[in-house]
Every structure is written in structure tokens, then in C-alpha cells.
Design a protein around this ligand. Structure first.
Ligand code: SF4
Length: 181
């Protein structure tokens, strides 16, 4: 019998052929994690880094994120890349509400985390996306590099594969060496 560390099934060679089995929850989580379709919400300069992450050099399609959707009804994770102004806040809330569960939110860059350089003396900027919708993953930086976005996406994948709920995803740090800490 051999264990495939990626696909959560086990296989065994028997006289009549090969038998595979696994826990249905694990297979569903594995499938879900490997097909996270992003809904883009690129509102300013961080969106350039997001586009770069999708381009040939970084190519996040290697990990199952290539099907970027324009419709929230077909998306699993919304990537907030850029400044969120008060005028956009109700639109963001509506997009989030139209996404089907389970859904995840990534705040990419200082603006979507806290308002960024517009935190002070700006009447029009929302000081953090979590004032509008729940955020699961925060990526610091102004802007974060594509490697940081890929790291965030892969960490989210690992947590989903582990069967964590959204609340647990937000609460638990992932350590690639020792799983959780
Ligand atoms: S965090 Fe920096 S790079 Fe990103 S949208 Fe804000 S100002 Fe632009």
C-alpha cells in the first residue's frame, strides 16, 4: 500500500487489480483547494502586481487559480487589490454577497488592509476592507510582490485541504515545516 501525499486517497494492488479509497471530506477539500477561482477586484496599483502574478513569469495557473471570473457567482475567492473608496463599498458588499459559499477573501496590500497611505487626511477611503466584509488573508506591502500573493494563495490552499473552517483559517498560522503552530 502506498500513500499519495497530494491526493488524499490510498491505493492497494490486489490480485484482480488496483483498489483506491479515501475519506469523502478529504477528497472534497482537496478538490476545492485545487480549483480556487478568483474574482478580481483590482481598484488601483496593487492590481498591477495581481496581473503580474497571473502572467507567464509567475503563472499562478500552475496551482489552480487560472480561471479568473468576472462573475461573483462563479468565484471562490475575491482578491482585493487596491484602494477601496466609500463609493465602492456597497458594490464590494454586493459582490461578496453574490458569491456562493464556501468563499474566501484576500486583502492584498496596505490599502485594502487599512487604507494604506490614505489612512490619514482622506475622507473618501475605507480604512480596511474588514469594515465591509470578513477578510481571511492579509498580505502586507505597498505593493506586495507576486511571490507574496502566491504564498498567501498556497497557504490558503493548505488550510482548506486540512479541512479548516473560515474561522479556523483566520485564527491558525500555517508553518510549512511543522504544519500548524
Ligand atoms: S497598497 Fe500601495 S501599491 Fe497597493 S494600491 Fe495601495 S498605494 Fe497602491
Amino acid at each position: 500500500m502506498d500513500n499519495n501525499s497530494e491526493l488524499p486517497i490510498q491505493t492497494e494492488q490486489l490480485a484482480g487489480g488496483t483498489v483506491s479509497w479515501g475519506v469523502l471530506d478529504n477528497i472534497i477539500n482537496w478538490s476545492r483547494a485545487n480549483s480556487l477561482w478568483p474574482l478580481t477586484f483590482g481598484t488601483s496599483c496593487c492590481a498591477i502586481e495581481l496581473m503580474s502574478t497571473a502572467s507567464a513569469k509567475y503563472d499562478y495557473s500552475r496551482f489552480g487559480f487560472e480561471v479568473v471570473r468576472a462573475s461573483p457567482r462563479q468565484a471562490d475567492v475575491i482578491i482585493l487589490a487596491g484602494t477601496i473608496v466609500n463609493k465602492m463599498a456597497p458594490v464590494l458588499k454586493r459582490l461578496y454577497d453574490q458569491m456562493a459559499d464556501p468563499k474566501y477573501v484576500i486583502a492584498m496590500g496596505a490599502c485594502s488592509i487599512s487604507g494604506g497611505p490614505f489612512f490619514y487626511n482622506t475622507y473618501s477611503v475605507v480604512k480596511g476592507a474588514d469594515h465591509i466584509i470578513p477578510v481571511d488573508v492579509y498580505i502586507p506591502g505597498c505593493p506586495p510582490r507576486p511571490e507574496a500573493l502566491i504564498h498567501a494563495l498556497l497557504t490558503l490552499q493548505m488550510k482548506i485541504k486540512s479541512g479548516l473552517t473560515r474561522e479556523q483559517i483566520r485564527a491558525v498560522n500555517y508553518d510549512y515545516e511543522n504544519n500548524y503552530k
